[in-house]
Design a protein. Structure first.
Length: 452
């Protein structure tokens, strides 16, 4: 597999390019300055460099000169938003094999890369972006699968783990966005395991669970006597995670004051325990998770925009279980195996009706709910297979054409919301499920102020 180095200071653009080339079967690294590029080239094999022209420290031309001075014959394609002919000509004179104007046209780039890789390629017949190497790329992404972890085979899962594999080795702050129980913490651990920090600590903090007054001490530690109740010195999570990864779950729950302190710690890479006058240098990678819309929280003024940008250099969106149908039975059987081991049972699987019910259920609580339901069913099952009898929870969802009981307005509103969730917000199907026509559903959405 050919290895490509992208030198680009626009992180989002670099990441996009990296993802795309990764899918084409290249092994891609991305750095954002010339000095980092030099370090990378000294440490790793690079077959081709794609470099921006203007970078924060120096420009692509300097990189070319440096390569020449070090007799490194690595083909380099200049990418430039300022497709000015002068710089391009100068770059080519200095040994760049080509240049391409930004925004880059994908086909044109692939063609130029092909050209650039040809002369030095040891095995030219092995086209780097053939479907064969695409497969190799996918296979790479599943290495390290441990028995307590399942990725899934749906498109949504493949896309998610493609991103996880891309972002893990970087130092980027990752924000994992998704509904409760979708596996956000699992993904955070995965990012840590696949990073260079894997041997260092992974410290998880549930920001929703720590009392407001104690949050700063949890993060940064305190010295004995610094406040009532500080009976001993305490090491905060940042110091404990030094060299490793800190995972802040439900980050939207942090108070405004703690957000300010957190931002400072991230910007300056230094923390000061409460009551101490000594600052401690820390090197921590941040992964955060939320199930709320932080952009809305910013608009409401409850979440700081500057912190949001700090924690969100890369966003991962967790798919809901109902949107990864191909994975439902995989996970159900996986949780069954886990429960078998845990409860010392030997069930074989789910019978046909049970499997159908698993597939039809909407899983509002996602993987966590499924794991609990399967564990309970495993405990209850008398025979070799789990049947509908052990899956009574699955019967509680709104059933088709039940007709909507006009109990009270709140109950009706909740039922509409539930039906919408269960149908992936498809109004026609939700109306069907509720036993009312579409028009009535629209009227009720308006009446209850339900916005989609
Ligand atoms: N990929 C996976 N493979 C196997 N089990 C998983 C996977 N993802 C999640 N789980 C299981 O589902 C449960 C819920 O996952 P997790 O706690 O990561 O979800 P979450 O999105 O962080 O939830 P919350 O928002 O409620 O904190 C975990 O206890 C774990 O057992």
């Amino acid at each position: 597999m050919k290895s490509i180095l992208i030198v680009e200071d626009d992180i989002t653009y670099g990441m996009m390019l990296k993802t795309w080339l990764g899918k084409k079967g290249f092994q891609v690294s991305s750095v954002s300055s010339i000095s980092r590029a030099q370090k990378h080239i000294e440490a790793e094999t690079v077959d081709l460099i794609l470099s921006d022209l203007r970078l924060p420290d120096r420009d692509g031309i300097d990189l070319l000169k440096w390569l020449g001075e070090h007799s490194l014959h690595i083909p380099l394609i200049i990418m430039t938003s300022y497709a000015d002919i002068q710089s391009a000509v100068q770059a080519i004179k200095l040994g760049a094999c080509d240049y391409i104007a930004k925004p880059v046209n994908p086909d044109e780039l692939l063609k130029k890369m092909d050209e650039a890789l040809k002369p030095s390629s040891a095995a030219p017949q092995q086209a780097a972006h053939s479907s064969g190497t695409d497969k190799a790329f996918a296979a790479d992404s599943t290495v390290d699968a441990s028995s307590d972890y399942l990725e899934g085979e749906s498109d949504a899962a493949k896309q998610l783990y493609n991103y996880v594999n891309l972002v893990s080795p970087t130092n980027m702050s990752v924000l994992i966005n998704g509904a409760s129980g979708t596996g956000k913490e699992y993904v955070a651990q995965r990012i840590h395991k696949l990073s260079r920090r894997a041997k260092q600590p992974f410290i998880a903090i549930d920001c929703g669970a720590i009392p407001k007054e104690l949050a700063a001490s949890e993060f940064f530690g305190h010295v004995k006597g610094s406040f009532t109740g500080a009976l001993t010195d305490k090491t905060g999570a940042f110091a404990a995670a030094n060299g490793g990864t800190i995972f802040l779950d439900e980050i939207g729950n942090l108070s405004y004051e703690v957000q300010i302190q957190l931002l400072r710690a991230l910007q300056e890479r230094k923390i000061r325990p409460i009551g101490s006058n000594k600052e401690i240098q820390v090197d921590v990678r941040l992964v955060s998770a939320t199930n709320e819309n932080l952009e809305q929280a910013i608009e409401k003024g409850t979440f700081r925009e500057d912190l949001y940008h700090r924690i969100n250099e890369f966003t991962l969106r967790m798919p809901q279980l109902k949107d990864r149908r191909e994975d439902i039975l995989l996970f159900a059987n996986f949780f069954l195996d886990q429960a078998n081991r845990e409860l010392d049972k030997h069930l074989i699987g789910f019978d046909e009706k049970a499997s159908k019910a698993l597939l039809e259920y909407q899983w509002p609580g996602n993987l966590r709910q499924m794991k609990n339901i399967v564990r309970r069913a495993t405990l209850l099952a008398q025979d070799k297979f789990i049947t509908l009898n052990e899956l009574s929870e699955l019967q509680n969802q709104v059933t088709p054409s039940a007709g909507m009981p006009l109990r009270n307005e709140e109950a009706e509103k909740q039922q509409i919301i539930e039906a919408l969730k269960q149908t992936g917000y498809n109004k026609s199907r939700a109306a069907q499920l509720l036993g009312i026509d579409r028009k009535t559903l629209y009227n009720k959405l308006k009446l209850y102020g339900i916005e989609l």
